[in-house]
Design a binder for this molecule. Sequence first.
Ligand code: KG4
Ligand code: ZN
Length: 336
Amino acid sequence: KEDIYILAVESSCDETAASVVRNGREVLSNIIYSQIDLHTLYGGVVPEIASRKHIEKVNQVIEKALSDAGITLEEVTAVAVTYGPGLVGALLVGVSAAKAIAFAADKPLVGVHHIEGHISANFIENKELEPPFICLVVSGGHSHLVVVKDYGEYEIIGRTRDDAAGEAFDKVARAIGLGYPGGPKIDKVSKEGNPDAIVFPRAKVDGSTYDFSFSGLKSAVLNYLNSCEMKGIEVNQADVAASFQKAVIDVLVGHSMEAVSQYHLNKFAIAGGVASNTSLRAAFEKACRDKGLEFYHPSPVYCTDNAAMIGVAGYYEYCKGTRHGWDLNAVPNLKL
Ligand code: KG4
Ligand code: ZN
């Protein structure tokens, strides 16, 4: 059987990334140009700056992905690209580049859903993992509990009603003076704090077992900070970070374990930027061990945005026969 090489491009937010993946599970190259330093100045991602930087970097990143993989464009089987969801201007850069390359080299074009990419990151290092399983996708833009029924076949059983988990991390980090990007900073300072120091709410969404809500938690943290200021009490940054983080993790673990039981699945995976959180990984490790479940998680580099995960998802889409035309457009609110 002939090898299938997917050249993948990802530019949905603030990472310009390209990768070559062989036969769906073997990453030959994984190039990520992170714009984080650029956006840190502004305390968050500035869409216009992200688009401009993507334009500057996209060709270099693609060239490096091919050369690191040791293959030529002619040897590529198909070109995969994230076409949503994400920032429209940012997405357009990757989509335009992928279309131009695929057209010029006469290769099939496969559009990929960003969340399908995050989920598929689990296939890279867990060669034995096959659907069905349940996956919790927690990133800056999404908090989804997904039943992965088969490759490319998903049922979303829970989603956030307001803020995404990563968004809550970023907003709380800003409020306690940790700056951007908040997730990794809260992860780090939490290790010095007491997670039981402050009791923050664990929100339940009425009438929906698996939906999430994090904006109340964020407000509770802000209220706590305000009341400390009014009373002249010094805020212990590490305690607030650790207590907030524990509240998020408790809800994520609770919902996930309930879903696994109800759907009678014995495999559980996590994905997305927040899945690189060390306390969250430890909590899921324990919860899955207690329940006798197989627990899967990508390495941190495959949790945050990257193109290797798009190459994996692109491979399974390609095998299913998914092909996109030259009219492929960026879809900022693309549904899974
Ligand atoms: O998946 P991702 O790179 O981009 C999106 O698709 O949104 O996720 C980025 C999010 C950010 O909100 C960031 O703060 C969060 O993931 N994040 C973390 C950690 N590393 C990144 N959150 C908690 N702990 C971390 N270690
Ligand atoms: Zn992402």
